[in-house]
Design a protein around this ligand. Structure first.
Ligand SMILES: *Cc1c(COP(=O)(O)O)cnc(C)c1O
Length: 360
């Protein structure tokens, strides 16, 4: 007899995070995980510090104060918010609750990796729909739906492509799905979007009753290490998540930090202004070097070198200067690198390094 997990577990390719070390290099600039250019808001840092002496107390399992703070900040009913240990936890709970053996999960070909990883864990068959111009193809997604489909995932904007679907297309996707299919709108980069017609998902959650929006504190709020995410969902889904989540799934320091972060004045505005400016500067500079840069609505750009070999050489050139970006082989885009928009100085370093690479 051999100890074995469920067979579907062995089909999971473990998630490989952004690298953070280069042997022999002192100053590392990590631009591989879209962590927010400015780190955590100062008030969040203070809140984490202040929680330390209370570390013996269990957190509020209902996360009431945090849900109220999020609700107030985003104009949403706190009773329809569930918080999680990163939005990854909420994505997993949704997949395990609504998917599983015998079901199908539909996502776009270059959609966020965790849907694939967690879907396999749950035992779902994963259907990846080819994209058009590295953008989700709504007709293709709808055509891929079958009788066993229970979950459809859309990151909007998408990571790693940076592409976005207009609101009308998101609505057309929902309208084409049966009512026994949960549409998960992963809006991890919502705050960075500057398009006027953009809605992060709350509208459709309210209109459909079968849609969930997930959000995170890991990107614009710079708190990836705290592990804090949330979702806005119909009552029936809130009820399900209340049954399956751990009673203390978010720790006390993360909750205190989240409350402080949403209250930090000007944080989102400053971050968006910086990101919009430097995303354009980096994109323009790399384009001028003859590198293809895909349009992005996130705090990162997908940079296309045409071949896997050239992308690898560019990655090596960046690494030699201490710059860590994300290789894209795991996403089926080995000719690309994904580069997070960091501080002005960090963006300048990326442009300098790639200028040297392209001219060298
Ligand atoms: C970063 C990211 C997440 C995960 O966020 P956490 O809250 O840190 O778990 C989810 N979806 C997308 C598309 C992301 O890029």
């Amino acid at each position: 007899m051999t100890l074995m997990p469920r067979p579907s577990i062995l089909a999971v390719e473990p998630y490989v995070g952004g690298e953070s070390k280069i042997p022999g290099v002192n100053r590392i600039v990590k631009l591989s995980s879209n962590e927010g250019a400015f780190g955590p808001p100062p008030a969040a840092v203070e809140a984490i510090r202040a929680m330390a002496a209370e570390a013996h107390r269990y957190p509020d399992g209902g996360a009431t104060a945090l849900r109220e703070a999020i609700g107030a900040r985003f104009g949403l009913d706190p009773a329809r918010i569930v918080v999680g240990n990163g939005s990854d936890e909420l994505l997993a709970l949704l997949i395990l609750a609504y998917g599983g053996e015998g079901t199908e999960l539909v996502m776009s070909a270059h959609g966020f990796m965790m849907y694939d990883i967690t879907g396999r864990w749950a035992g779902c068959r994963i259907i990846k729909v080819p994209e058009k111009n590295l953008t989700t193809d709504v007709d293709g997604m709808l055509a891929a739906v079958g009788p066993r489909t229970r979950l459809v995932f859309l990151a909007n904007p998408n990571n790693p492509t940076g592409s976005i679907l207009p609101q009308a297309e998101v609505e057309r996707l929902r309208a084409g799905l049966r009512d026994d299919i949960l549409l998960v709108l992963d809006s991890a980069y919502a705050e960075y979007v500057t398009r006027p017609d953009y809605d992060a998902g709350a509208k459709l959650v309210d209109a459909s009753g079968t849609t969930v929006m997930t959000r995170t504190f890991s990107k614009i709020f710079g708190m990836g290490g705290m592990r804090l995410g949330w979702c806005y969902a119909p009552r029936a889904v809130i009820d399900v998540l209340g049954r399956v989540r751990g009673p203390f799934n978010v720790n006390a320091a993360a909750m205190a930090a989240g409350i402080a972060a949403v209250a930090e004045k000007g944080w989102v505005e400053c971050s968006v202004e910086h990101n919009t400016l430097w995303r354009a500067k980096v994109s323009d500079a790399l384009t001028a070097l003859g590198i293809r840069v895909w349009p992005s609505e996130g705090n990162f750009v997908l940079v296309d070198f045409g071949t896997a070999a050239k992308a690898k050489a560019a990655d090596d050139a960046l690494k030699a200067r201490g710059l860590i970006v994300r290789a894209m082989g795991g996403y089926g885009l080995p000719q690309c690198l994904r580069i997070t928009i960091g501080t002005a100085e960090e963006c300048g370093m990326v442009v300098d390094a790639l200028t040297g690479f392209m001219r060298g």
